[in-house]
Ligand binder design. Sequence first.
Ligand SMILES: Nc1nc2c(c(=O)[nH]1)N[C@H]1C(S)=C(S)[C@@H](COP(=O)(O)O)O[C@H]1N2
Ligand SMILES: [Mo]
Length: 443
Amino acid sequence: MHHRMDDPDKQVLWWRAQQAGLTRREFLRLLGVGGTAALLAACGTSQSQPQPSAPAASAAAQKRMFVKAEEPLIKVFATELGTRWDQASEYITPIEQFYVRNRYASPVIEPQTWRLKISGDAIEQPLELSYDDLLNLPSRKAARYMECFGNGRTLNWEQLGYDVRGGNWGFSAISMGEWDYIPIGEILDRVKVKSSAKQLLFWSGVDGKDTGRPMPMTEVLARPDVIGLAHGLNSRPLHSDHGGPVRALVPGWGGAASVKWLTEIRISTQQFWTRMHTKEEALIGKDYAAERSDPRDEFLGVTPGDVQGIGATWLNVKSFLTIPLVMRTSEPPERYPLKQGEVPVVAAGPRTMQGYASSPWGVQKVEYSVDGGSSWQEARLVPPGGEEYSWVRFDFPWDATPGSHVLMTRATDKKGNTQPDTIPFNELGILCNVVPKFEVLVK
Ligand SMILES: Nc1nc2c(c(=O)[nH]1)N[C@H]1C(S)=C(S)[C@@H](COP(=O)(O)O)O[C@H]1N2
Ligand SMILES: [Mo]
């Protein structure tokens, strides 16, 4: 059904082609007609792009985890790349800087072999779509942020003293994309969903055998135009690292709901349990009574014993400055701009501080404190943004005087939620949206 491009040289070529804005079809045509030389000519030959690995390297060493170049990003884990949020300034995150959260290596799937199967006991009309079939459906374009449930986990260790498990993302697991997507409503209309439908499962199983997660049908039906199947990112065919050729897009929910390399949708009268909403991406702790499974439910790669908490769904209101967080208690990831315990240094004098704030419901205001939380003022919101499912940039003037300072930001969303100073403990440290404290040394 799919084809993995295991040849690393071909992967690099495909990566280059995508950076150059070539479609998969153009890429294959050029490769077929003129070989590597024709392709490189079409892509240009920028030296900043990765070179094919040395032929002497072993097959295992050649296995690439990502299609795009890792170097511009922070390496949080072997399969996780974080955005350099301290360098961010744009509203739409460039693909080169867009965070990647994988459990396995990114598979490269050729659109012409890709199929989407829609089945289940709660539809009347099972359906199978090719890439062309999908692209023939009405498509929409929208700017939406993607955020991992683990974004901000660092604050558990650094500010709350909580001993949690998971990647040390800082604020590197949030990015803003401009997506082309087919609204899920288009699919639902065609398969004729029965009123008995209880859950919709987005499934891949292509990157590894156990990737996918369900949503309650009520949640899907509440937003048939917003939830969708994304095939484009930043006006290019969806990049392989971000789930190309097609991924689920569930704005407002943590990234885990937006299943990449989508191959299957199942709409069922029963409930599904997957790793991506039970032992991972779940609120687990004494403040969260675990969900209950039924023996008749379908367990995909997990057992009833893995249902340990509450599968995380909606994101919450957050904000951060474009300054690296000091990591004292936790160990900084690879290529993090600061060493453990190191404090960022800025020059004394008047300056403009910048940041980003996000919420599924849109950001209403951002307050800041430059005196460790004694006094607060309102920051200026920088258009565009601030609507539902989008982030917004903000800035404020600061006259930096020599010495140590703690800067804080506190966003309030359009639903009236304000970032708290603390949250109850959860084992995976997810959805940590406490008011962040940024230490800086002014010299
Ligand atoms: N098939 C598959 N889909 C997946 C994942 C994965 O590991 N496999 N990771 C999820 C998680 S946890 C997040 S945060 C988002 C990240 O999307 P991005 O890599 O495009 O930023 O993809 C989600 N979809
Ligand atoms: Mo995630």
